[in-house]
Write a protein that binds this ligand. Structure first.
Ligand code: ADP
Ligand code: UDP
Length: 238
């Protein structure tokens, strides 16, 4: 398979196939994980498999709720066939409680309940360390069209509602998460990339234990065990 792109946690290969007239690519979930714009690097056995299964479970749940995503089929434990999309140049973050960069930048404690979910956009640009964007910048610099921005906000909030309820049903608090969206040939927006413990903050409601990438970012313990624990909680057999 011809490698098109290698990122921090995944590889993308050419597929030479299409699905219902739309070109597809193969996405590989790697065992590596990075933090602080790849300044900190790590990996653990089965990380790729766990994240693939995790993302798949979440995407399936979301498609049952009418949210379109890019996955066509799972090929093997670390590879999925997905629609080849034109990615929006942003990361969309939804927050339910303060944590991470929001808490740090504005001087908040982590875990403070927000009055309502907050949607933020960050420019996807590793060199600039994914800077926060204002809606004004997005509009004036034509980073997204106003329709794309509105659709992205709407779908992000719908995803948040579904995921918050789902994680609460297994005793877990969804603190925040990041999604990426891509456009198909007809301009339709799809949920793309992944939703995994790499891209969410997930806290055990009883113990407040962190079950996500913060365990790696902040050296809080065994990251492999944390990922396995959250995966089992949502019904994945490892
Ligand atoms: P990064 O690029 O941040 O290092 P990854 O290692 O996760 O991240 O690489 C996956 C790349 O694939 C990301 O740049 C992401 O935007 C892109 N991508 C995700 N889904 C699709 C898709 N359906 N079509 C095309 N590109 C995608
Ligand atoms: N996030 C992500 N990729 C990024 C930046 C953030 O998946 O490049 C996720 C992160 O895991 C968290 C949410 O988005 O669930 C909000 O992250 P934040 O802005 O607090 O940044 P961080 O603390 O990761 O610097």
């Amino acid at each position: 398979m011809k490698l098109i792109y290698e990122g921090k946690a995944k590889k993308i290969f050419e597929d030479g196939q299409d699905f219902q007239g739309q070109p597809t690519v193969i996405m590989e979930f790697k065992d590596s994980l990075t933090a602080f714009n790849a300044q900190k690097k790590g990996n653990f056995a089965q990380k790729g498999e766990i994240n693939l299964q995790f993302s798949q479970k979440i995407f399936q749940l979301l498609s049952e709720k009418g949210i379109s995503h890019h996955v066509v089929e799972v090929i093997d434990p670390t590879h999925v066939r997905v629609l080849k999309l034109q990615m929006l140049p942003v990361e969309v973050v939804v927050r339910n409680k303060t944590a991470g960069s929001l808490a740090k930048r504005l001087g908040y404690e982590e875990g403070v309940q927000l009055k309502k979910p907050l949607v933020e956009f960050y420019l996807k640009n590793d060199e600039l360390q994914d800077p926060l964007l204002t809606e004004g910048q997005i509009e004036t610099l034509e980073i997204l069209t106003s329709s794309e921005m509105k659709q992205a906000q709407e779908v992000a909030l719908r995803i948040n509602q579904v995921l918050k309820d789902f994680f609460a049903s297994v005793g877990v608090d969804l603190i925040d998460f990041k999604i990426e969206l891509g456009k198909g040939p007809q301009g339709k927006l799809y949920l793309a990339d992944e939703i995994t413990p790499d891209s969410c903050r997930l806290w055990d409601q009883k113990t407040q234990e962190k079950l996500d990438k913060d365990v790696f970012r902040r050296d809080l313990g065994d990251v492999s065990e944390a990922y396995k624990k959250i995966a089992r909680k949502i019904g994945i057999q490892i």
